[in-house]
Design a protein around this ligand. Sequence first.
Ligand SMILES: Nc1ncnc2c1ncn2[C@@H]1O[C@H](COP(=O)(O)OP(=O)(O)O)[C@@H](O)[C@H]1O
Ligand SMILES: [Mg+2]
Length: 408
Amino acid sequence: MKKTDTSETQNPDAGRARAGRILAIGGGKGGVGKSVASIVLASALSRRGMKVVLADLDLGAANLHTYLGLHGDTPGIADFLIKRAATLDELLIDTPLPDVRLLSGARYYSGMANLTYQAKQKIIRHLKNLDADVVILDLGAGVHFDTIDFFAISHPSLLVLAPEPGSVLNAYSFLKECVFRHLTGIFGKHPDIGPEIRRAQLEGGDETSFSLESFRATIREIDESVMPIVDEAVRVLRPAIIMNRVTDLVSAVYADNLQKLVLHRIALRVHYLGNLPGVQGLSEQLVGLPAFLASPGGAKIMAAADELLADLEKHFPLEWPTETEPETAAGIDARMPREDFSEDELQTLSLLLDSLGDSAFGKTAKKAGRKSGPVIGRNAWKLRLYYRPVEVVRFLIGNGLSHPVFYA
Ligand SMILES: Nc1ncnc2c1ncn2[C@@H]1O[C@H](COP(=O)(O)OP(=O)(O)O)[C@@H](O)[C@H]1O
Ligand SMILES: [Mg+2]
């Protein structure tokens, strides 16, 4: 894994990723072991010499501080949200695990569990800019929009499963909601596609009745040109499974079931990263997990975490487009485009796209570097705006355009 570049001055608003990797840990159900897995992975990463930040994003039910044995009033994300602190960085506190710092969720004010769009984007931007090799996001249960949005910035997104049927169905529903969340973000206001999404979402009430294939067929009838965007909304999800509380070989069946269900229904491959064993008596050790993990009793789960990390690095090597792209090529603006945009800024970008001549979008598949496939026209770029604005901005910059809204 990459070490962070510490030579650069920290400017969270510069839009440049500094955190080496973000790992979000979610998966729908409460009690499957997301928080335990977060701490175990943080500990294993720090033993590999990584600088880690554990971010407790289970807003409203935060417990990492307790599991880490930290008592008393800990500053945390609430202070950032009420603007008592200007950066997340200054809120990080040391934990008993060496090189692991905590962004605590202990402090809470009512309303904190429902973030505004701007607040969420600001948190995401600051998380990406933390000075750490790995930032682990411990997410809450359920399919809250905020949880889904945090889950989506991870590479890969980690689903924790417990060996029980309910956990598999929950994880599946969670992934399906992630897909709908993306699709609604792009097509929600589309006069024909928007209602189709809402219909499919309602029909999907019975956990397994949704099928991406029939949904795609419906959308194709409405407007074939948007199909690449539909497929991309699904493909952008990079989920991987951690089976927790494994006691026997049968546990793998649950991971297998989830993989099959997700592939069959939403045509998505979920990587099975590995297992964490069920540890007798762990619940009694919860208020001081670091000490337990360092004791002989914790050796088995730590060894399993090491295997998980080895698999993670093998299957999800780091790729950082923001660091390898424009740099200083002659004639290209060396500034990095911003990563998030307010509704107003998206509107400005949308008007800008409208004002461009057709030739700006007229790339054939071949010119766009693909052997075949649909041409991405103006409408598709406009739809993509609501989904991956930074890509649209890069496309425009690549076509020699510049506009103040591109940059922070
Ligand atoms: N690998 C494990 N072995 C034994 N008990 C576990 C394991 N992982 C989690 N638990 C227990 O399950 C309960 C819920 O774990 P927690 O991490 O808080 O779940 P979540 O964050 O998903 O709600 C805790 O009591 C914890 O002790
Ligand atoms: Mg938890």
